[in-house]
Design a protein around this ligand. Structure first.
Ligand code: SF4
Length: 289
């Protein structure tokens, strides 16, 4: 298999066979993201990918899950994606699902009919970085899509059978925008009602513009307690139906898992308990204990 490192995939694709059909991210503009900073975006040659799928099919014919990397593979035209999905079906007879990272703009350039054709070919899970539901924050970090565009992208994908996994970034608004970030993110997530939701925590990455803004004192990061408080505000504001929730990424201070609406109260209690411990530790530290 050919991989141009670094290679990223969502945690839930840990058992999937990965084909890197694009290299890097066509946007590569987000102020917080260092994932593909060292890669120049390109679409890999179809004959090369075809050969790889053929070989992998003979080595691992029982493969059930495939993930298409890199950051922005949905940028391919519907026809290109269809030919890759057809190949996957041919070489992996047990294939049950194909996953992919999506940007709102790449969804919105496709018609409902095109999205349906992709879903019929087992492209049935898409991962979208909402990051924030607040348009001021999205513009400040150069996301390139508005909350409304991302909502439409999620709704249109889900309407044709592509389950969507949305990711939001705790702390992305810094201290000054924490309240607005939480309130608007919950509001937008409620409109999207994604099948899966993950809350990750913003970690400054060297070489990104947000890292530089922190160093220049222009962006005030949240403390761990403030991140937890923001997480509580978001969870309190969520009114989701049938969404599977995870907050167990390595970046998180508190690992949470549950299903909405069933586990909402328990999730809030767990965050409150963690906040109480955090407050107690801080008081002890201030008293010099
Ligand atoms: S967050 Fe996503 S869209 Fe933005 S640069 Fe990183 S991979 Fe690309």
């Amino acid at each position: 298999m050919y991989y141009e490192e670094p290679l990223f995939r969502p945690p839930s694709e840990a058992r999937s066979l990965i084909f890197q059909i694009t290299i890097g991210c066509s946007s590569n503009q987000c102020a917080f993201c260092g994932m593909y900073k060292n890669k120049r975006f390109r679409v890999r040659d179809l004959p090369e990918v075809t050969e790889e799928i053929r070989e992998a099919g003979s080595l691992w014919p029982r493969t059930r899950r495939v993930f298409l990397a890199d950051g922005d593979a949905f940028v391919l035209s519907t026809e290109e994606l269809e030919s890759i999905l057809d190949l996957l079906e041919r070489h992996f007879p047990d294939l049950s699902r194909v996953g992919i990272y999506v940007n709102a703009s790449n969804v919105l350039t496709k018609t409902d009919e095109e999205l349906r054709r992709l879903a019929e070919r087992k492209l049935t899970i898409g991962y979208l970085g909402l990051e924030s539901g607040n348009n001021t924050i999205l513009a400040a970090v150069g996301k390139g899509s508005t909350a409304e565009e991302m909502t439409e992208a999620v709704q249109r994908c889900q309407a044709v059978g592509i389950k969507m996994s949305a990711m939001a970034l705790l702390g992305l608004g810094g201290q000054s925008m924490s309240r607005a970030h939480a309130a608007d993110t919950a509001k937008v997530l409620n409109r999207m009602n994604p099948r899966f939701l993950s809350l990750l925590s913003f970690i400054p990455v060297k070489g990104t513009s947000l890292f530089r803004r922190i160093q220049q004192g222009k962006f005030m990061e949240l403390t761990s307690t403030e991140v937890l408080r923001e997480m509580k505000w978001i969870v309190e504001g969520l009114d989701l139906q049938g969404t599977i929730f995870r907050s167990n990424h390595a970046s998180n201070y508190l690992a949470l898992a549950g299903r909405f609406p069933r586990d909402k109260t328990r999730l809030i209690t767990e965050i409150e308990e963690c906040l109480a411990v955090s407050k107690g530790m801080r008081e002890e530290w201030e008293r010099g204990l």
